[in-house]
Structure formats: C-alpha cells, structure tokens
Design a protein around this ligand. Structure first.
Ligand code: SAM
Length: 237
C-alpha cells in the first residue's frame, strides 16, 4: 500500500509524505488489522480499503483546512483514530487530541501512538458532552473534527463547545450533509456557530462523494451546553 498511498496523497491532496510517515501509516494499518481480530474496531480490514476509506478519507480534510504548525486539533468519537490520527501523522507539528467514550478504542490508540512514536497526539476517554465542560478542553481548539458519530443537529452540540471563537468544526458526512445542515440551523445559532460551506470529496474507486461540512465558531457557546450525556442526540436543539 505504501507507494500507492504516497502517490495518491500527493496527487489528490498535494501532500508529500516522507519515508517515516509512510512507514507509520503501514504500521498503523498492520496494528489495526491485528487488533481488529481481538476487538471490534472497523468493518474495513483489507489494506486497500484502509488506504482509501480510512487514510485518504481522513487526509481529505486538507481540502477545506490548512493545518498550521502548533494548531490544536480535536477529533470527537475518533474510534480507531479517524480522521485525527492520519492527520496527526501527516502534520507532526499540530497537537491532536483523540476523544472516544469507549475504553478499548482508547487502549488501541494509546498502543498505536506509542508504537509509531508520535509525540503530538493525546487521547481522552470521555463522552464529548463531558469533554465540553472540562476547562482545558472547552473553547481551546482551532479545529474540531468528527466522522460518523451523530447527525449534525446533535453533533454540533458535541463539537462547538470545544472550538475557540475564530476556530472551526469540520464534520465528515455522506450525501445527507445538506439536509442535516438545514436541520442544524437552530442549534448552530444557539451554540455560536455558522455554516460556512459544504465541500464534496471524491476518493479513488469510491462511488459516493463524501461531504465536508465546515462550520465557523463565531460566538462563545452558552454555559449550559453541551447538555447531559445522551441529550444532544436524543433531543437535538
Ligand atoms: N470516527 C471513527 C470513524 O469514522 O471511523 C469512528 C466512528 S464510530 C461509528 C463512532 C465512535 O464514536 C465510536 O467509537 C463511539 O464510541 C464514539 N462516540 C459516540 N458517541 C460519542 C460521544 N458522545 N462522545 C465520545 N465518543 C462517542
């Protein structure tokens, strides 16, 4: 997968991955396949699928965001690390926090981070609704990411409290992106967000186009948000 990944990251996203980074991606894929036999991390376990649907899909966020050195990034509901961990590998000067509520996924991520020798990534086992009230996480991030976690009306209540004013949230969505964005209008207004744009992304040999929903954080999120665990998705604003 290595040379293909290098070529495609370059052709699609103008990213020049070094030998070290390519080796890190290869090790990550190997560990994902090996650990997936013990714990359920992903339904995609073939090397080509991992390259395209996990690695390139995660890296596709570069089409809507420049990852500045020193930027604080958080990935909510990261699961086996997507999209945050591939971005942390590709941009070693950023500081990435991976949040998930499932302990065994955090155990896997801690193992991979250690194995790859990444010093720019931290994990947090927490629900997003809790993380949004922790003082050193709330309103601290330049970029808040999420893929396949919840519908946008609830998801923005997970994401926006963590973004600093002037920062942004990027939700990775399928073809329901526009509908979800329409449904999230009221929540965005209350939580201090503004829909900026929805950008389609095509990946090699993947029929459907993915959509990146970009939301700017324009105002502070009111104190009472996020509400208690479970409420944002059960009773979206
Ligand atoms: N983002 C990864 C991906 O695209 O491959 C994982 C997606 S998986 C379908 C959803 C993940 O979100 C799970 O690992 C789950 O534990 C986590 N999750 C769901 N709700 C969450 C919440 N409120 N706070 C933190 N993690 C959450």
């Amino acid at each position: 997968m290595s040379e293909t990944l290098r070529q495609q990251a370059n052709d699609l996203f103008d990213l020049s991955l070094t030998d070290t980074q390519i080796e890190q991606f290869a090790t990550y894929a190997r560990e994902l396949i090996a650990w997936n036999e013990k714990i359920n991390l992903t339904a995609i376990i073939d090397p080509d699928g991992i390259r395209v649907r996990h690695f390139l899909d995660s890296l596709s966020v570069v089409t809507v965001n420049t990852f500045q050195d020193g930027a604080f990034i958080v990935d909510i509901g990261t699961g086996a690390g997507f999209p945050g961990l591939p971005l942390a590998i590709a941009f070693p000067q950023t500081r990435v926090t991976l949040i998930d509520s499932t302990g065994k996924k955090i155990t896997f991520l801690d193992h991979v981070i250690k194995t790859l020798g990444l010093s720019n990534v931290r994990t947090l086992k927490a629900r997003a609704e809790e993380a949004g009230h922790i003082s050193h996480h709330r309103a601290k991030y330049d970029v808040v990411l999420a893929r396949a976690v919840a519908r946008l009306p609830g998801l923005v209540e997970y994401m926006l409290p963590l973004a600093r004013v002037g920062g942004r949230c990027i939700a990775m969505k399928g073809d329901t992106a526009q509908q979800e964005a329409d449904d999230a209008k009221r929540a965005l207004k209350i939580l201090g967000g503004k829909l900026s744009r929805i950008e389609g992304v095509s990946l090699p040999d993947v029929e459907s186009t993915h959509q990146l929903v970009v939301i700017e954080k324009t105002d502070p999120t009111p104190k009472g948000y996020p509400r208690s665990p479970g409420i944002p998705t059960r009773k979206p604003i």
